[in-house]
Design a protein around this ligand. Structure first.
Ligand code: FMN
Length: 202
């Protein structure tokens, strides 16, 4: 497999977000065979079941981007030992309406940065729980918990070469992981679509 398309969702939406800096640093690694794209999830409205059958344009284009991508990269800050609501909101949009879960069978990986000592451990494990329920194929190892307090220079570039090395290893494994699900006998674009009348939730 060459050139896996990776849609990246970043849970940090502030101007100086550490997680945005982490994503910028990943792009600067110029990783062979990985083509990164991102979607600004702050542009999505709050999820409401009143909107899900006829969603606004921002949601329709978000869903299109999920359908087209080979894999997802989720980069999350830690908020109160979990991941931010803005990221959960985006995940909820992609999972609805019932029976049209666009995350189904998509390969995914999680990264995260915070200025705290556990470096998003709590956030990542809550996020894993949600992605497992949505039946995404989430990379198990390596894990990447990042205390990013003094990790970037004034231009937002990663200072420590060891971190770059760890990221290179991470993406080598992620590429292998994505390739497993992109064999001719395994259609990663497939997703289920039950009839809405089957839903236990309506
Ligand atoms: C509501 C809130 C809760 C937070 N809770 C945690 C936490 O549980 N653990 C942690 O390490 N940092 C916590 N932080 C600090 C964030 O990790 C820090 O602000 C980080 O820079 C946010 O990510 P960003 O820079 O990508 O926006 C919290 C920040 C906010 C605003």
């Amino acid at each position: 497999m060459t050139n896996a398309k990776i849609l990246t969702l970043i849970g940090g939406i502030s101007r100086d977000s550490l997680n945005k800096k982490l994503f910028n640093s990943i792009q600067e690694l110029s990783l062979k065979d990985l083509q990164f794209e991102s979607f600004d999830i702050s542009k999505l409205p709050f999820f409401s079941q009143d909107l899900e059958m006829d969603p606004p344009d921002s949601v329709t284009s978000f869903k299109e981007r999920i359908r087209e991508t080979d894999a997802l990269l989720l980069i999350t800050p830690e908020y109160n030992r979990s991941f931010p609501g803005v990221l959960k909101n985006a995940i909820d949009w992609g999972s609805r309406p019932y029976g049209h879960n666009l995350w189904e069978k998509k390969p995914a990986a999680i990264l995260g940065a915070s200025p705290g000592n556990i470096g998003t451990f709590g956030a990542q494990h809550h996020l894993r729980q949600v992605l497992a329920y949505l039946n995404m194929y989430v990379l198990g190892q390596p894990e990447f918990y990042f205390n990013a307090k003094d990790a970037f220079d004034v231009e937002g570039k990663l200072i420590n070469s060891k971190t770059k090395e760890l990221l290179l290893q991470f993406f080598e494994e992620f590429y292998e992981h994505i390739s497993k699900f992109n064999r001719p006998d395994h259609n990663i674009k497939e997703y289920i679509s039950h009839g809405l009348e089957d839903s236990p939730f309506i």
